[in-house]
Design a protein around this ligand. Structure first.
Ligand SMILES: *Cc1c(COP(=O)(O)O)cnc(C)c1O
Length: 354
């Protein structure tokens, strides 16, 4: 039978997001790296005072109010900023603008699975290069692969490690294509690669309000790059990819850095505590500069549960964590840092499972 779809769409797997239980259900949700704290009160106030005129009219295609707020906070000119319906939208626009059949999209593994999905949709060729020991960036192999687009998530998911800026700088200098540095978790990290956009025209940094700013439901992200690089992306993005509500709420959230930083501090303190507590239970835990931990349960022996069994048993107890049935990750769990109370409930449940 013939298919409705292009051959690459027919054979691709499609991205599988983490489970999203109904809001209000009594589930401890530690599976998709949402922030456990509410969004900024300033952002909520904007939402509550919404002028219905904003809804009648089309939104600003460039989301200038939001761009202005980003510009002030990060000290980059507004025309170096492109806004997306989540940073996934920015990543999608980059792939659609730069990749096609016969061109390559390159990234180190393991990393964010969406890079593969976007490439397969295009379709372009995926080149997946394993990280070295201790997550050393395979700079020469990445550069030799000669991608139209090269993706580096830093901090990375699911490992939680940061790629040193000097490694990214070396890579950027060797590439002729676009280097995307995905900083979705930067709000929980000690460093950023943002200075590189001023050094290299081919570097774009992507950021999101989903994690650090507790606004995953709003869908808002942005990219920062030289206007020459953004010029092609602006042709490809949907004109109205940011709705008027997101633009206004996002601007208020961005301006309230003090609140965002205070929440991130709480998460970082809980991250240290949970790391120690999990290690005490026998887990091996990767050092993380994100709001999650990649943890390997104690070696499976008699009467010990595997990572998958622990994932399923936690789910039965109403606690969701992320399990990836993939080479290199099948013996690990990715656990989002929750509130102190949520983390305690997780630990209590784990006590009977390991
Ligand atoms: C969560 C995440 C994103 C996407 O976030 P949006 O909600 O689309 O802004 C991008 N990259 C990585 C590595 C992520 O973990």
């Amino acid at each position: 039978m013939t298919s409705y779809f292009r051959p690459n769409v027919d054979i691709m797997a499609g991205y599988v997001p983490g489970e999203q239980p109904k809001p209000g259900s009594n589930i401890i949700k530690l599976n998709t790296n949402e922030n456990p704290y509410p969004p900024s009160p300033e952002a909520i106030a904007v939402l509550q005072n919404l002028d219905s005129e904003w809804l009648r009219r089309y939104p600003d295609p460039y989301a200038n109010e939001f761009r202005q707020a980003i510009s002030e906070v990060l000290e980059v000119p507004p025309d170096w900023i492109i806004v997306g319906n989540g940073s996934d939208d920015v990543l999608n626009v980059i792939v659609r603008s730069c990749a096609e059949s016969g061109r390559k999209v390159v990234y180190p593994m393991p990393t964010y699975v969406l890079y593969r999905t976007l490439t397969e949709i295009q379709p372009a060729q995926t080149i997946e290069i394993p990280y070295g020991a201790d997550y050393r960036l395979p700079i020469d192999d990445l550069a030799a692969a000669n991608g139209a687009v090269t993706f580096i998530a830093s901090p990375n998911s699911p490992s939680g490690h940061v790629v040193p800026i000097d490694d990214l700088r070396h890579l950027a200098a060797k590439l002729s294509g676009v280097l995307v540095i995905d900083e979705a978790y930067v709000d929980f990290a000690n460093e950023t690669a943002l200075p590189l956009v001023k050094e290299f025209e081919n570097v774009i940094i992507s950021r999101t309000l989903s994690k650090g700013y507790s606004l995953a439901g709003l869908r808002l992200g942005f990219g920062i790059a030289h206007p020459t690089l953004l010029s092609g992306l602006f042709k490809v993005k949907d004109s109205y990819n940011i709705d008027a509500i997101a633009c206004a709420v996002g601007a208020a959230a961005m301006r309230d850095q003090a609140y965002k930083n205070a929440c991130a501090e709480k998460v970082k303190i809980s991250r240290s505590k949970l790391t120690i507590d999990l290690k005490q239970l026998g887990f091996q835990v990767e050092e993380s500069q994100t709001n999650f931990l990649l943890a390997q349960p104690p070696a499976t022996g008699e009467a010990k549960n595997s990572a998958e069994q622990i994932y399923l048993a936690l789910k039965q107890r109403g606690i969701l964590v992320r399990y990836f049935k993939q080479p290199g990750l099948a013996d690990k769990l990715r656990i989002t840092i929750g509130t102190e109370e949520q983390n305690q409930m997780l630990l209590e449940a784990l006590l009977s499972l390991v």
